[in-house]
Structures are given as C-alpha cells and as structure tokens.
Design a protein around this ligand. Structure first.
Ligand code: ADP
Length: 625
C-alpha cells in the first residue's frame, strides 16, 4: 500500500507538533474529545430532521479506553463518522483551519512562542502527535457500509485502507511515546490522570464521557482479599453550572465550584452570574475573591478569565477579558460566538471578544455599585483588599474609564470611616468651593497635621489620602461633580477672609528682614519662609508650592532610579500668633540660626519627611534645654 504525503502546510505543522517542547501537551485529549463531541452533535442534529438516522441523545456517548500493555489511549464516539475520502481530506490537510493563519504570519519563525500558540488553541487532531508516535483512526461514516482505517506515524505520511467496524462512528487510538528524561507520557495511561484532564478541560461536554475505572473491591470468595473490578464511570458533569438557571443554583454550589476551580479556601465575597444576549451572546460566571491570592502582588500574577466556546475550554486565562483594575476577578466566560480553533493573534483582534470584555467590565461595575449601596460593610471589606486596584484604574486610564470607577472608590475622612466622593460632595457646605484633602501615611497621622486640624476646627470635612496612588488618581479626575480638589497642605491653600489675609500680608512685610535671614539659613531646602495664620495652635508646618505636593514628591523619590529630580518646593510656614514668632524677632544671629534649623526639622517631621542630620538636630535641642 502506498503511503500518501500530507499537504505541505499540514506537514509543517505536524513537524512542529512532533518536536514540540510545549508543556501543555495534555490538551491533545481536549482536542480529541471536542472532535468526538462535534461529530456526535452532527449525528444528533441529523437525527432530528432525518427519520432514517436513529440516534437518541441517551445512546450517544464518548468513550475513553486505556490499554497499559499496548500503551494506547483510545477516544471513540458514535458520531457521524468519516468515509475514506473524508479521512483523507480531513486528516490529510488542515489548510482550512483558522489556527494556521498565525503560522503564515510567522513563516520561518519557529520560536517556542509559536508552539505555545498551537498548544493554547489547538489544531485539533494534530496535537495527538505531541504525545503519540503512531495514530490510528478507524471510522465508519453514517449511511456507509464499509469502514476505513487511517494510520500515520508522523510527518512521513499516512495510509488509508478498508477495515472492519460494526458501529457508526470514529475511534482514534494513540500509541503513546516512550517516556523521556523530561517528559512523562505514561501519565496518559493513568486513569486518574485522564479523569482529571476530562474534568479540567471537558467537564461540560454535552455527552457523557465514559471510561472503565478500575477499583479494588473485597473478594466475595476469599475473605480479606481484594480483586480488581472494572466499572464504567461518567467522567464529566455535562451541564455547566453557568448554563443552569440562577434559581436552580444554591449559594453552596457556587461557592464550592469557585473554591474547587480557582483553588481558594475561602468563599468569594461576591458571585456574578450573567447571561447576555444581543451584540454578543455569552454566559459569564465571575467571582470576587475575599483575599488577594498569594502571588497577587508579584509580577508572576496573571489576570484573566477562562474562556469557553460552547462548553469547551479554549483558554485558561484570557487576559483581554479583564481590565487591569479588575485583575483580581476570577471566573469564566462561555460564548458560542467564538470558534475553538482560534489563534492568540486572531483572538486579540476578535471583535466579538472586545464586545464581551466591555460587557463584563460594565457588569462588574454595576454589581460593585449595588454592593456598595446594599451591603456597605461587605463593600468596605472588599475595598480594603482590592480598592487600590480601582484607584490605579482611575489613574492609569487617563480618566478614560473614570466615570465608572470614580463612584466606586473610597477614602478615609475626618468624619470617620470611609466615604465616597459623592457622600463628601453631598455633605459639602454651600460656601465650600473645593473638596479638601490631605496626604499622609495613615488617617491618624494626617488628622494631626496642623493644617488639617485648622480646617477641621472650622467644621469642614477633609479626605485623608493614605495610599500613594490617591493624589495621582484625583489629579486624573480633575474634578468631581463640578468641584475641584484642594490639598490643604499646599502653600496656596487659604480659608481666611480678605481682612485676615491683609493682616498676614502686613505681618510678613514687617518681618521681611527676619524671614529673609531665615531663608538664607535654610538655603535651597526651602523656597520661602513665611508667617501664616492657618496653623491653629501649632507653631510651624511645611507646605508645598506649585504642582508637586509633598506626598507626590515622596512617591517619586521611591521610584526605581530615584525620580529625585521631581522635588516639592517647600515653604516653611510659621504661625504668626504663636509666642515663638515673637521670640524669633528678639533672637541674636547665633540663636536664630539654631531656632530656624530646629523649626525646619520639626516641620519636616510633622510632614512625615525624614530629618537629614538627626544627630545635629538632637544636639541643638539638648543645647537649648
Ligand atoms: P477541526 O476540528 O478544527 O476542524 P481537526 O484537525 O481536529 O480540526 O479535525 C479536522 C476534521 O476532521 C474535522 O473538522 C472533522 O471534520 C474531522 N474529524 C476529526 N475528528 C473526527 C471524529 N471523531 N469524527 C468525525 N470527524 C472527525
């Protein structure tokens, strides 16, 4: 019998499969099962319209058989089958397959990456050659008397010849490769491994996937001894949880599904189960975890949702389905609009996928909005864990997405607890023109800032920005509901009346020589030394002039490569009412220098900045004492 050659493109792909160093070789099983399922679908649908085709759903199943001695794994179905011509056409060429498009684009570029793409999306049948060095396909087509056998040992071609087969359908037998140092092929003969793979990739195939499972049972004839018994077991659950009606699913079912599938010990905070029809038709089942996964803050963390096409897993982590600010969301999407054989590049440009991603983004936002409204405690707990992501979202999108997110972010406030921007806005006095905030390491520390205390004493609410990202995020927002944001620690922040302002101005003029002298002592450390009336009972503070606030400067300073050039312009402010101000006027030059340095360093400490020479600072205080 003459060996036939594969079509050129198929041959190339086959070569890649055979020599694949791709780690997810196990997906071959998913591919075979999904082919079997498709073929079964076709037969079933024919039976609906053609009475000569008998096939009740109950009869239709997919079988897996393991033979440890022959080292074979067989997947058989009672689907539509293939004639000799079809065997040749379908298995001799894959030129029609979508997954080949990426190959064309990557001609001559045989990087591991390409192989990964193959593994990720499958080229169906050909993936068998990742684990087998001989593949036999025995098939009897529906309505045909004769059966045929297709055999290939890889790239050198294949043969097709008639054979015996009683029932309609197809059996694909893989002769598994021998174990190598790096690769364990024997595992595909292990019933538990196969059970696991079916659960993992094909759980929701609509037909039962049956395998004879062996188990040790007590020997009825000999007391105390065991015999091996083989029993057919259905390995897949067939109905995806997400395809069921919400009303049929208990909270317990959702929770255990989540924990099992996404390896968490804790029940999720929120379950979002949605069926969407319209521009895109899909089911989505999403979970907000209670805790951040161990690797969440490491660069190894990969966001993404599982992507199914009609119950068949096609991608484990589809990153394109989630925006970064929802990277903590776990779950899956199942859509009939996506094809199974789709390459990563194609997927990225997939219009349908974009529509789905957009709908999911919207859905998560609306569910979070609901949670915020209906269960504040739960929302705050969620926000403590993941809220910073949302704030980064407001920042990173340059405001593109801010509309959805800005009402989901919370800040600590001088009124106690967490507030939304809307709550703050609704409470604002009519006379208040800006949203006040101050930055620091903790709400407790911020509350003690002299400037904050002074604003609070006027009965006004101040937002406490405790996360690095906070101030950057609101800079992107620019304003909320017509109100701009004002940092109460900025030099130009001033709530005093015109008369009060005039008075301070006058005092500054009178003390000009003294203040200039002090500025001279501090040199480049500050841009000015000023008298002020906005410090309440406190003597000094530091405020920033211009765009960069103290907190922003701190964040920049921490950036790798030291964003040190971005420095805040500091102004040393001295309370004009404080007894100390009077004392400065009478001090001799030597004392003034000491006082100035001490005051400046005190102000740095209050602002949460470090003192550059703590020893000198401590010595100066001791001298005075
Ligand atoms: P795809 O399934 O993406 O088309 P495959 O390489 O997996 O690519 O299969 C090629 C073709 O071979 C299928 O489209 C189908 O027509 C046929 N085929 C594969 N497996 C079976 C099967 N078990 N029963 C019937 N036809 C099959």
């Amino acid at each position: 019998m003459r060996k036939k050659q594969f079509k050129a493109e198929s041959k190339k792909l086959l070569d890649m499969m055979i020599n694949s160093i791709y780690t997810h070789k196990e997906i071959f099983l998913r591919e075979l099962i999904s082919n079997a399922s498709d073929a079964t679908d076709k037969r079933y649908f024919l039976s609906l319209t053609d009475s000569s085709v008998s096939a009740s759903r109950d009869e239709l199943k997919i079988r897996i058989d393991l033979d440890n001695e022959a080292r074979t794994l067989t997947v058989s179905d009672s689907g539509i089958g293939m004639t000799a011509e079809e065997l040749e056409q379908n298995l001799g060429t894959i030129a029609k397959s979508d997954s080949l498009n990426f190959k064309k684009e990557n001609e001559g570029n045989e990087k591991i990456d390409d192989i990964e793409v193959i593994g990720q999306f499958g080229v169906g049948f050909y993936s068998s050659f990742m684990v087998a060095d001989r593949v036999e396909v025995v098939s009897k087509a529906l309505g045909s008397e004769e059966a045929n056998k297709w055999v290939s040992e890889g790239a050198d071609g294949y043969t097709v010849e008639p054979c015996d087969k009683e029932t309609v359908g197809t059996a694909v037998t893989l002769y598994l490769k021998k174990n190598t140092e790096n690769e364990d092929y024997d595992q595909y003969l292990n019933q538990y491994k196969i059970q696991e793979l079916v659960k993992k990739y094909s759980d929701y195939i609509r037909y039962p996937i049956v395998m004879a499972m062996s188990s040790e049972v007590p020997d009825p004839e000999k007391e105390g001894e065991y015999i091996t018994e083989l029993n057919d077991e259905v390995l897949n659950s067939q109905v995806p949880l997400w395809r069921k009606n919400k009303s049929e699913i208990t909270e317990e079912e959702y929770n255990s599904f989540y924990k099992q599938k996404f390896y968490d010990y804790t029940d999720p905070t929120l379950v979002i189960h949605t069926k969407t029809e319209g521009q895109a038709t899909f089911d989505a089942l999403l979970f907000l975890p209670k805790n951040a996964p161990m690797d969440f803050y490491s660069k190894d963390y990969e966001k993404g949702l599982q992507l199914y096409s009609n119950g068949v897993l096609i991608m484990d982590k589809c990153a394109d389905l989630l925006p970064d600010y929802f990277s903590f969301v776990k779950g899956l999407v199942d859509s009939a609009d996506l094809t199974l054989n789709i390459s990563r590049e194609v997927l990225q440009h997939d219009h349908q996928l974009k529509i789905i991603a957009k709908a999911i983004d919207k859905k998560i936002k609306s569910e979070l909005t609901k949670l915020l409204k209906n269960d504040r405690e739960k929302y705050e707990a969620f926000f403590k864990t993941f809220g910073i992501q949302l704030k980064w979202g407001v920042y990173a999108d340059y405001g593109m997405n801010k509309d959805g997110l800005k009402d989901l972010i919370l800040f600590r406030s001088s009124n106690g607890g967490y507030v939304t921007l809307k709550e703050y806005r609704d409470r604002m006095a009519d006379s208040q023109n800006e949203i006040y905030y101050a930055c620091g390491d903790s709400a407790e520390r911020i509350a003690l800032l002299p400037q904050v205390e002074a604003v609070r004493e006027k009965g006004l609410e101040v937002l406490y920005f405790t996360d690095d990202v906070d101030e950057f995020a609101i800079q992107m927002l620019m304003e909320y509901d017509g109100k701009h944001f004002a940092n109460v620690c900025k030099e130009d922040f001033d709530l005093s009346t015109d008369a009060e302002k005039k008075e301070v101005e006058k005092k500054n003029e009178e003390a000009k020589d003294l203040l200039d002298k002090m500025k001279g002592i501090l040199g480049d450390e500050v841009t000015a030394v000023k008298l002020t009336n906005k410090l309440g009972r406190h003597a000094v503070s530091l405020s920033a002039e211009g765009y960069v606030s103290l907190e922003m400067a701190k964040v920049f300073a921490q950036l790798p490569g030291g964003g040190n050039e971005v420095k805040a312009q500091l102004v040393l402010e001295i309370n004009s009412e404080h007894p100390l101000a009077a004392k400065l006027k009478t001090a001799d030059d030597e004392t003034l220098e000491k006082y100035t340095k001490i005051l400046y360093n005190q102000a740095r400490l209050i602002a949460g900045l470090n003192v550059e020479n703590p020893t000198e600072f401590a010595d100066m205080i001791c001298d005075l004492m």
